[in-house]
Design a binder for this molecule. Structure first.
Ligand code: ZN
Length: 148
């Protein structure tokens, strides 16, 4: 299977079966984000155990890129500290940037080696308008982290 096709499958899987979808009973932090260009909406709720994000839930609607990116994000951040998540957000933003000279530490021979399913989103770079879709969940996540 071609890599691009594999990436498309990963994105569609997260879109059809969003992980950690829903709401938490007593969230420690929440944030809402919208991408008016596309009509995407994301609402994130987080629970902490000390400095670790012990639980996360997302409700949203919009295009497959925005929703699958948020779903992948929830899997990627659960069990991580704020500092680890900030590092992950940096890596994700670098991956999504158009600057090819950025060294993200990604190994093109081994998709999934660093960012897991998230690497499926790197194809979105070719469509600058969709980068906002892919980034929505992450920007909203940072808002939630900073508010708590
Ligand atoms: Zn979108």
């Amino acid at each position: 299977m071609a890599l691009e096709e594999l990436y498309r499958e990963v994105i569609l899987d997260h879109y059809r079966n969003p992980r950690n979808k829903g709401q938490l009973d007593t969230p420690d932090a929440t944030a809402q984000g919208v991408n008016p260009l596309c009509g995407d909406e994301i609402s994130i709720e987080i629970r902490y155990d000390g400095d670790v994000v012990s639980d996360v839930a997302v409700v949203g609607q919009g295009c497959s890129i925005s929703q699958s990116s948020a779903s992948m994000m929830t899997e990627a951040i659960k069990g991580k500290t704020k500092a680890e998540i900030e590092d992950l957000v940096d890596k994700f933003r670098t991956m999504m940037s158009l600057d090819e000279s950025d060294d993200t530490g990604l190994d093109p021979e081994r998709p999934g080696s660093v960012l897991g399913d998230l690497e499926a989103l790197q194809g979105v770079r070719q469509y600058p308008v969709r980068i906002k879709c892919a980034s929505l969940g992450w920007n909203t996540l940072m808002e939630a982290l900073e508010s708590s």
